[in-house]
Design a protein around this ligand. Sequence first.
Ligand SMILES: Cc1cc2nc3c(=O)[nH]c(=O)nc-3n(C[C@H](O)[C@H](O)[C@H](O)COP(=O)(O)O)c2cc1C
Length: 161
Amino acid sequence: MKTAVVYYSMGGNTAFAAQQIAEALGAELIALQPVRGYPDRGLRKFLWGGKSAVMAETPELQPYVFQPEKYDQVILGFPVWAGNVAPPLRTFARDHREQLRGKRVAAFACQSGAGAEKALARLAECLGLPGLAARLILIDPKDRPKQDTAAKLRVFCDQCR
Ligand SMILES: Cc1cc2nc3c(=O)[nH]c(=O)nc-3n(C[C@H](O)[C@H](O)[C@H](O)COP(=O)(O)O)c2cc1C
Protein backbone atom coordinates (compact mmCIF):
# COMPACT_ATOMS: atom_id res chain seq x y z
CA MET A 1 0.00 0.00 0.00
CA LYS A 2 1.27 3.47 -0.85
CA THR A 3 1.09 5.42 2.36
CA ALA A 4 1.53 9.01 3.53
CA VAL A 5 2.07 9.87 7.18
CA VAL A 6 0.75 13.40 7.73
CA TYR A 7 1.37 14.95 11.11
CA TYR A 8 1.67 18.04 13.24
CA SER A 9 4.06 18.13 16.19
CA MET A 10 4.95 20.99 18.49
CA GLY A 11 7.43 19.31 20.82
CA GLY A 12 8.75 16.44 18.72
CA ASN A 13 6.85 13.50 20.22
CA THR A 14 4.43 13.10 17.33
CA ALA A 15 7.29 13.69 14.89
CA PHE A 16 9.27 10.92 16.60
CA ALA A 17 6.40 8.43 16.19
CA ALA A 18 5.64 9.62 12.64
CA GLN A 19 9.23 9.02 11.58
CA GLN A 20 9.25 5.51 13.00
CA ILE A 21 5.94 4.63 11.34
CA ALA A 22 7.03 6.07 8.00
CA GLU A 23 10.30 4.19 8.13
CA ALA A 24 8.62 0.87 9.01
CA LEU A 25 6.05 1.25 6.21
CA GLY A 26 8.25 2.92 3.61
CA ALA A 27 5.76 5.79 3.68
CA GLU A 28 6.16 9.44 2.78
CA LEU A 29 6.29 11.91 5.65
CA ILE A 30 4.40 15.18 5.45
CA ALA A 31 4.85 17.65 8.31
CA LEU A 32 2.32 20.43 8.85
CA GLN A 33 3.20 23.82 10.31
CA PRO A 34 0.80 26.68 11.03
CA VAL A 35 1.67 30.02 9.44
CA ARG A 36 1.32 31.65 12.84
CA GLY A 37 3.17 29.41 15.30
CA TYR A 38 1.74 28.67 18.73
CA PRO A 39 3.75 29.70 21.81
CA ASP A 40 5.82 26.63 22.69
CA ARG A 41 6.68 27.28 26.31
CA GLY A 42 5.28 28.40 29.64
CA LEU A 43 1.66 28.89 30.51
CA ARG A 44 0.95 30.63 27.19
CA LYS A 45 1.63 27.36 25.38
CA PHE A 46 -1.26 25.68 27.17
CA LEU A 47 -3.57 28.69 27.19
CA TRP A 48 -3.24 29.55 23.49
CA GLY A 49 -3.08 26.02 22.19
CA GLY A 50 -5.79 24.79 24.55
CA LYS A 51 -8.16 27.61 23.60
CA SER A 52 -7.49 27.09 19.90
CA ALA A 53 -8.23 23.36 20.24
CA VAL A 54 -11.39 23.85 22.31
CA MET A 55 -12.66 26.38 19.76
CA ALA A 56 -11.92 23.78 17.02
CA GLU A 57 -9.90 26.39 15.15
CA THR A 58 -8.44 25.60 11.74
CA PRO A 59 -5.28 27.76 11.46
CA GLU A 60 -3.79 28.54 8.08
CA LEU A 61 -0.94 26.15 7.24
CA GLN A 62 2.42 26.80 5.64
CA PRO A 63 2.58 25.39 2.10
CA TYR A 64 3.00 21.60 1.88
CA VAL A 65 2.70 19.03 -0.88
CA PHE A 66 0.01 16.36 -0.59
CA GLN A 67 -1.05 14.56 -3.74
CA PRO A 68 -3.88 12.31 -2.60
CA GLU A 69 -3.99 10.29 -5.82
CA LYS A 70 -0.55 8.91 -4.95
CA TYR A 71 -1.75 7.12 -1.82
CA ASP A 72 -3.98 4.18 -0.90
CA GLN A 73 -3.60 4.92 2.77
CA VAL A 74 -3.13 8.08 4.83
CA ILE A 75 -2.00 7.96 8.45
CA LEU A 76 -2.70 11.10 10.47
CA GLY A 77 -0.73 11.97 13.62
CA PHE A 78 -1.25 14.73 16.17
CA PRO A 79 -0.71 15.70 19.80
CA VAL A 80 -3.83 15.79 21.97
CA TRP A 81 -4.64 19.37 22.98
CA ALA A 82 -7.34 19.88 25.61
CA GLY A 83 -8.82 16.48 24.77
CA ASN A 84 -9.02 17.46 21.13
CA VAL A 85 -7.19 17.26 17.82
CA ALA A 86 -4.32 19.77 17.63
CA PRO A 87 -5.69 22.50 15.30
CA PRO A 88 -3.15 22.27 12.43
CA LEU A 89 -4.17 18.65 11.84
CA ARG A 90 -7.81 19.70 12.00
CA THR A 91 -7.11 22.15 9.14
CA PHE A 92 -5.66 19.29 7.07
CA ALA A 93 -8.68 17.07 7.85
CA ARG A 94 -11.07 19.83 6.80
CA ASP A 95 -9.18 20.61 3.59
CA HIS A 96 -8.82 16.99 2.43
CA ARG A 97 -12.01 15.43 3.75
CA GLU A 98 -13.36 14.64 0.29
CA GLN A 99 -10.00 13.46 -1.07
CA LEU A 100 -9.64 10.99 1.78
CA ARG A 101 -12.95 9.31 0.99
CA GLY A 102 -12.35 5.79 -0.29
CA LYS A 103 -8.84 5.65 1.15
CA ARG A 104 -7.74 3.74 4.18
CA VAL A 105 -7.38 6.30 6.97
CA ALA A 106 -5.57 5.44 10.19
CA ALA A 107 -4.43 7.77 12.98
CA PHE A 108 -2.23 8.04 16.02
CA ALA A 109 -2.30 10.50 18.88
CA CYS A 110 0.37 11.48 21.41
CA GLN A 111 -0.67 12.64 24.84
CA SER A 112 0.79 13.12 28.30
CA GLY A 113 -2.23 11.85 30.22
CA ALA A 114 -5.72 11.51 28.83
CA GLY A 115 -8.07 12.61 26.08
CA ALA A 116 -6.72 10.76 23.05
CA GLU A 117 -9.75 8.45 22.72
CA LYS A 118 -12.05 11.43 22.48
CA ALA A 119 -9.68 13.29 20.15
CA LEU A 120 -9.44 10.32 17.76
CA ALA A 121 -13.23 10.03 17.72
CA ARG A 122 -13.43 13.74 16.92
CA LEU A 123 -10.97 13.35 14.07
CA ALA A 124 -13.10 10.56 12.53
CA GLU A 125 -16.15 12.80 12.95
CA CYS A 126 -14.36 15.73 11.32
CA LEU A 127 -13.47 13.48 8.36
CA GLY A 128 -17.03 12.16 8.13
CA LEU A 129 -15.80 8.62 8.69
CA PRO A 130 -17.61 6.01 10.82
CA GLY A 131 -14.24 5.06 12.31
CA LEU A 132 -10.52 4.78 11.68
CA ALA A 133 -8.94 1.74 10.04
CA ALA A 134 -6.31 1.56 12.80
CA ARG A 135 -5.50 3.74 15.77
CA LEU A 136 -2.65 4.16 18.21
CA ILE A 137 -2.24 6.17 21.40
CA LEU A 138 1.22 6.91 22.79
CA ILE A 139 2.32 8.75 25.93
CA ASP A 140 5.05 11.30 25.10
CA PRO A 141 7.09 8.69 23.16
CA LYS A 142 10.16 10.93 22.77
CA ASP A 143 10.20 12.65 26.16
CA ARG A 144 9.21 9.64 28.27
CA PRO A 145 10.53 6.54 26.50
CA LYS A 146 8.77 3.39 27.62
CA GLN A 147 9.50 -0.23 27.00
CA ASP A 148 6.17 -0.92 25.33
CA THR A 149 6.36 1.95 22.80
CA ALA A 150 8.26 -0.06 20.19
CA ALA A 151 5.80 -2.97 20.51
CA LYS A 152 2.80 -0.65 20.18
CA LEU A 153 4.32 0.96 17.09
CA ARG A 154 4.98 -2.48 15.62
CA VAL A 155 1.38 -3.64 16.14
CA PHE A 156 0.04 -0.42 14.60
CA CYS A 157 2.36 -0.72 11.60
CA ASP A 158 1.33 -4.35 11.10
CA GLN A 159 -2.30 -3.19 11.01
CA CYS A 160 -1.34 -0.65 8.33
CA ARG A 161 0.42 -3.04 5.95
C1 LIG B 1 -1.94 23.21 24.35
C2 LIG B 1 -1.69 21.81 24.86
C3 LIG B 1 -2.76 21.08 25.36
C4 LIG B 1 -2.54 19.75 25.80
N1 LIG B 1 -3.64 19.02 26.22
C5 LIG B 1 -3.44 17.72 26.60
C6 LIG B 1 -4.56 16.92 27.01
O1 LIG B 1 -5.72 17.34 26.99
N2 LIG B 1 -4.31 15.65 27.40
C7 LIG B 1 -3.04 15.13 27.44
O2 LIG B 1 -2.89 13.97 27.82
N3 LIG B 1 -1.98 15.85 27.02
C8 LIG B 1 -2.14 17.13 26.60
N4 LIG B 1 -1.06 17.87 26.18
C9 LIG B 1 0.26 17.22 26.10
C10 LIG B 1 0.60 16.74 24.69
O3 LIG B 1 -0.50 16.15 24.04
C11 LIG B 1 1.71 15.66 24.75
O4 LIG B 1 2.79 16.11 25.51
C12 LIG B 1 2.18 15.25 23.35
O5 LIG B 1 2.98 14.08 23.45
C13 LIG B 1 2.98 16.36 22.68
O6 LIG B 1 3.27 16.00 21.35
P1 LIG B 1 4.32 16.86 20.47
O7 LIG B 1 5.63 16.76 21.21
O8 LIG B 1 4.36 16.16 19.16
O9 LIG B 1 3.82 18.24 20.38
C14 LIG B 1 -1.24 19.18 25.76
C15 LIG B 1 -0.17 19.96 25.26
C16 LIG B 1 -0.39 21.26 24.82
C17 LIG B 1 0.77 22.06 24.27
